[in-house]
Design a protein around this ligand. Structure first.
Ligand SMILES: NC(=O)c1ccc[n+]([C@@H]2O[C@H](COP(=O)([O-])OP(=O)(O)OC[C@H]3O[C@@H](n4cnc5c(N)ncnc54)[C@H](OP(=O)(O)O)[C@@H]3O)[C@@H](O)[C@H]2O)c1
Length: 370
C-alpha cells in the first residue's frame, strides 16, 4: 500500500488545544513558550482512503508545532529544520511523498528548499487547492445569482502561489479582475506581466478596502496572520471565497453581514471510509475542525499523489503550472474526491442559509434604494 505524510501545524491557540487537549486552560504566553521548544510529533494515523477502483493508501499527519506568526518570525533555518524533522517522522513510517500544510508551504520559498533537503518528494498541495478554490468561487456566485460575466472580482494575495493561478483561472469568466497584495513593486510587476495575457479588464491596488468595495466576487488567498476582510467594505450580496489558513475574513462578517456569502473554498470529501485516528490516544479521532470524511484540498492533493503512485515534487514555489491544476483536478475526480459542501465560520451553509442570505441581500438593496 502506498504511503504519505502531511505536515500540519496549529493555526491559532484554539487549534493548539485541539491538537493537545493538555494545553487547554494554560495561559497564552506559556503555550507560545512551550511551542518554541516542542519537537515535531506524529499526530494522526490516516486509514481508509480508498479510490472507487479499490486502490487504498495509508498516511500520517505529522505536526511541526509552531503558530503561523512563529513560522514567519523564527529564523528560517530553524523553521525548515522543524518541518524536515516532521517529514522524517513520516519517512520512518514508510511515507513516499510528503505534503506541506498551511504556513509550512508558505514560509521561505514555498517548499522548494524543503523539497531539496527532504528524503522524499514534497508538494505544497496548492494545485488542487487552486482547482477547488476556483470551483467554490463560481459555486458561490451561482448560489447568490451573480452573473460572473458582468461582475468585478478581486483576488487578494494575487502575487502568491495560489492567488496568481486563481487570477488566470477566474479572468476568462468575469468582467474585471482587481489584483491585491501588499508589496506594490511586486504587484505592479505582476500586473504588468500578466494583464496582457488576461481576457478581461484588470487593475491592481494595495488597498484591500478599496478593492473589496469595488467587487461582487472576492477570493482571498493570503499569508496574513490577521483579519483583513472587514464587514463594512463588502458589497451587498457579495460572495467571499476564503482559501487562507488562518482565515482572512473577520468573524464580524458572520454577525454583521447576513447578506454576504462567505465560503471556505479549499475543503474536499475524501473517498472510501477515511479515518484520522490520534496516535497518542488510540481509538480517538483527530479533530480537523471539518465535517466527517473531509480534508483540506492540499491534504487531498498529497493523498491523490499517493493513490496514483506519483512520488514527485508536484507543486512547489510561487509560479504554478496551470496544466498541473487541470491534471490534479482530473486525477482527484477519478480517485473519488469531491468538493465539500459549503461551510464557513465553523458551520455548514445549508440551502436554507443560502436562501436567507439572498433574501437579506435583496432587503438591503431595497433599503438602499428607499
Ligand atoms: N485551504 C487549503 O487547502 C489551503 C491549502 C494551501 C494553502 N492554503 C492557504 O492559502 C494561503 C496562501 O498560500 P500561498 O502558498 O499562495 O502563499 P504565498 O505564495 O506566500 O502568497 C501570499 C500572498 O498573500 C499576499 N499577502 C500577504 N499578507 C497580505 C496582507 N496582509 N494583505 C494583502 N495581501 C497579503 C502576498 O503578497 P505581499 O507579500 O505582497 O503582501 C502574496 O500575494 C495561506 O494562508 C495558506 O495557508 C490553504
Amino acid at each position: 500500500m502506498n504511503k504519505f505524510c502531511f505536515v500540519i501545524h496549529p493555526l491559532s491557540l484554539e487549534d493548539v488545544a485541539r491538537y493537545e487537549p493538555g494545553a487547554k486552560g494554560k495561559g497564552d504566553a506559556i503555550v507560545r513558550k512551550i511551542m518554541e521548544w516542542m519537537p515535531p510529533w506524529n499526530v494522526a494515523h490516516v486509514t481508509g482512503v480508498r479510490a472507487p477502483d479499490g486502490r487504498e493508501i495509508e498516511g500520517w499527519f505529522v505536526s511541526a508545532p509552531l503558530l503561523p506568526e512563529q513560522m514567519m518570525e523564527f529564523p528560517r533555518e530553524e523553521v525548515y529544520g522543524r518541518i524536515l524533522k516532521a517529514i522524517q517522522i513520516g519517512v520512518d513510517l514508510g511515507a513516499q511523498v510528503a505534503g506541506l500544510g498551511a504556513f509550512t508551504a508558505v514560509v521561505g520559498d514555498g517548499g522548494v528548499t524543503i523539497n531539496e533537503r527532504s528524503p522524499i518528494p514534497v508538494t505544497t498541495g496548492n494545485s488542487l487547492t487552486i482547482a477547488a478554490g476556483v470551483q467554490s468561487f463560481f459555486r458561490g456566485a451561482r448560489e447568490m445569482e451573480i452573473d460572473p460575466a458582468s461582475a468585478a472580482a478581486v483576488v487578494v494575495g494575487a502575487t502568491g502561489s495560489i492567488g496568481s493561478a486563481c487570477v488566470h483561472l477566474i479572468a476568462p469568466r468575469v468582467k474585471h479582475v482587481v489584483m491585491v497584495a501588499r508589496n506594490e513593486t511586486r504587484l505592479r510587476k505582476f500586473h504588468g506581466e500578466h494583464a496582457p495575457l488576461l481576457p478581461c479588464e484588470t487593475s491592481f491596488t494595495t488597498n484591500i478596502s478599496d478593492a473589496v468595495r469595488r467587487a461582487q466576487l472576492v477570493l482571498t488567498a493570503t499569508s496574513s496572520t490577521q483579519d483583513i476582510i472587514e464587514p463594512e467594505d463588502l458589497q451587498t450580496g457579495a460572495v467571499v471565497c476564503e482559501l487562507s489558513l488562518p482565515h482572512d475574513v473577520s468573524r464580524r462578517v458572520a454577525l454583521e453581514r447576513p447578506d454576504v456569502l462567505v465560503t471556505e473554498g479549499g475543503n474536499m470529501v475524501v473517498p472510501g471510509t477515511p479515518r484520522f485516528e490520534r496516535v497518542r490516544e488510540r481509538g480517538n479521532d483527530f479533530d480537523l475542525n471539518l465535517p466527517p470524511r473531509t480534508a483540506l484540498a492540499c491534504m487531498s492533493e498529497t493523498m491523490v499523489l499517493a493513490l496514483e503512485g506519483r512520488f514527485e515534487p508536484y507543486t512547489l514555489g510561487r509560479g504554478i503550472d496551470l496544466a498541473k491544476v487541470v491534471e490534479i483536478e482530473a486525477l482527484a475526480a477519478r480517485d473519488g474526491f469531491t468538493l465539500a459542501d459549503m461551510r464557513a465560520f465553523d458551520a455548514a451553509i445549508t440551502p436554507e442559509k443560502i436562501a436567507a442570505t439572498r433574501n437579506a441581500a435583496a432587503k438591503r438593496r431595497r433599503e438602499v434604494v428607499a
